[in-house]
Design a protein around this ligand. Sequence first.
Ligand SMILES: *[C@@H]1O[C@H](CO)[C@@H](O)[C@H](O)[C@H]1NC(C)=O
Ligand SMILES: *[C@@H]1O[C@H](CO)[C@@H](O)[C@H](O)[C@H]1NC(C)=O
Ligand SMILES: *[C@@H]1O[C@H](CO)[C@@H](O)[C@H](O)[C@H]1NC(C)=O
Ligand SMILES: *[C@@H]1O[C@H](CO)[C@@H](O)[C@H](O)[C@H]1NC(C)=O
Ligand SMILES: *[C@@H]1O[C@H](CO)[C@@H](O)[C@H](O)[C@H]1NC(C)=O
Ligand SMILES: *[C@@H]1O[C@H](CO)[C@@H](O)[C@H](O)[C@H]1NC(C)=O
Length: 510
Amino acid sequence: MENSVIVVSINSRLAALGFLALEVLATEDPRNVSGNYAILDQQLAMRWVKREIEHFGGDPNRVFLLGQSSGGTNIMAHLIAPESVPLFAGAISLSGSPNITMNKADKYEQDRKYWLDNTPCKDTEPAAEQLACMRKLSVAEVMQAMDTTCKTDIEPNDKNPFPSEIACTGDGGRYNLWNQDSQVPVDPSLGQMGFGLPFIDGHTLDGGSNSSILTGLKKTFSNASAPAVIFQTLSAEHNWPPSNAFTKASYEDNGARGLLDKQLGVCMRDGDDLKRPCCQSCTGSPGNAVDNQFGTESVLLSDFLDTVFNLTENDTENRADDPHWKLYPAYALTADAGATCGNVELALAAASGGNVGKIFVSTVVTPPSNPVFAGSCFIRSTMPFHSWDFLAALQASNPDGADKPWRAGKMDNPHGYAVSCGEEDDETPAKQPYQPSTRDVEFGKQVLGQWLAFIKTGKPGWDAVGSSDWSDYQHGKITDKPAMTVPSYKQPACDNLKKAGVDINWWWVN
Ligand SMILES: *[C@@H]1O[C@H](CO)[C@@H](O)[C@H](O)[C@H]1NC(C)=O
Ligand SMILES: *[C@@H]1O[C@H](CO)[C@@H](O)[C@H](O)[C@H]1NC(C)=O
Ligand SMILES: *[C@@H]1O[C@H](CO)[C@@H](O)[C@H](O)[C@H]1NC(C)=O
Ligand SMILES: *[C@@H]1O[C@H](CO)[C@@H](O)[C@H](O)[C@H]1NC(C)=O
Ligand SMILES: *[C@@H]1O[C@H](CO)[C@@H](O)[C@H](O)[C@H]1NC(C)=O
Ligand SMILES: *[C@@H]1O[C@H](CO)[C@@H](O)[C@H](O)[C@H]1NC(C)=O
């Protein structure tokens, strides 16, 4: 068959079971570090695939990884995991979190504070007794001990160990430390959210000379045998639940301007005068007591907004009839700040290792034709939202036909889990399968075709990152048409964000 690939899907431990790291656990671990168990689980599966896939007609030298969201983040981890790298020829990371930055000391300290201290084993001594105490905990107790900033009244149990994933989507819900839900980077003080993430332990994940994912990637990609990789994000990642910034109320009460104001502090105070420099002239003006989050950096707000609105203008269709579309610039801003610019930095760091022909960056700009309730009926996604590329590509592989309605259901549905929730009533939404338009189908086929081309030829349809120079990189713009290479596509937006101080601290965690 022209498009024949073998898909192997795997499971690994999640949350505390997959990522808990404590010094006391390290003492008995042959690696002399603890944590990153999910990565070890995945390595086990990858080793099995490498060894056995030829018995299924597969090629052990053409194994590709595909992961979306946390799966995409795990792929980033595998790119700096010395034991993983020889096991795959390429990887497609969709909407991963570039923020794999926690070091061992911080991770041990945080997990002690946010997990161990919530267990009855907190003060047990000596270490052997403490380990024995921890081993007696049930799965539910292990999960319950995870401190979540979002408290939920649904208690985890063995049948439903992750209830807060649902409960944390509403107003007042903040963010669950362990479930890796998406996070809108509106507030850097939310930064301590890396608990459910892989961390740089110096063994399973090797951060290279600076013990950072950037130097780790440089190291991996300085080897001519390094895998090929695509880093893909969407232009409005956060237009997806759960999201604590873009609630229904914030659509209505704040709108785009309110949100931008929150993000840019004083710089947005005089919204109508966009041409004045920010933030110098606004400091000290009446009504500007709000802390200037970006210090005294002089960023031209006009440039900043032009970038966002310019991209908006050319990236989307005219959706003037949809009131949510006025928020697109805000979503574009947070998607760039949280996901796209960070993914670009990873790609550039990898390219600085020398394997420039193998590293690809892309952004999806095609929205769904109709509102999609992806996974919950909390937010109606109308923009290129987190997981839209993945859903559409899976649908394109539906053996019943790519144009068939997307079945209702959730993650257990192999052909997409999007549902339509009927009209405006989000309280008791009528769940209906999503009927893809012709354009949606074309979009899904394009994305799937890019993956298959990449697996077969190492080239997805747009140009590889050209060099480690900011101004030179090549970016794939993904729509329902063949991919377009746009040189420096995200450079103005990312440069402006950087100038405004929005850097690694704003990279999202998912
Ligand atoms: C194990 O790690 C600790 C620090 O976490 C270090 O002090 C010790 O020397 C290491 N032991 C070995 C055998 O590498
Ligand atoms: C380069 O990668 C290959 C294949 O993964 C590995 O066998 C080799 O040891 C690596 N070379 C270096 C210098 O790390
Ligand atoms: C990203 O990583 C940096 C460095 O570890 C950290 O300070 C920051 O809080 C992280 N960002 C988020 C959103 O967690
Ligand atoms: C690595 O660390 C050195 C010294 O702190 C610093 O100058 C350099 O910029 C870092 N490199 C990266 C890629 O972070
Ligand atoms: C935005 O577009 C206008 C013209 O449409 C152009 O003059 C301006 O330089 C652009 N701004 C940025 C930051 O790209
Ligand atoms: C949008 O695209 C059109 C057609 O390619 C181009 O002429 C125009 O300058 C672009 N606008 C901006 C603001 O970049």
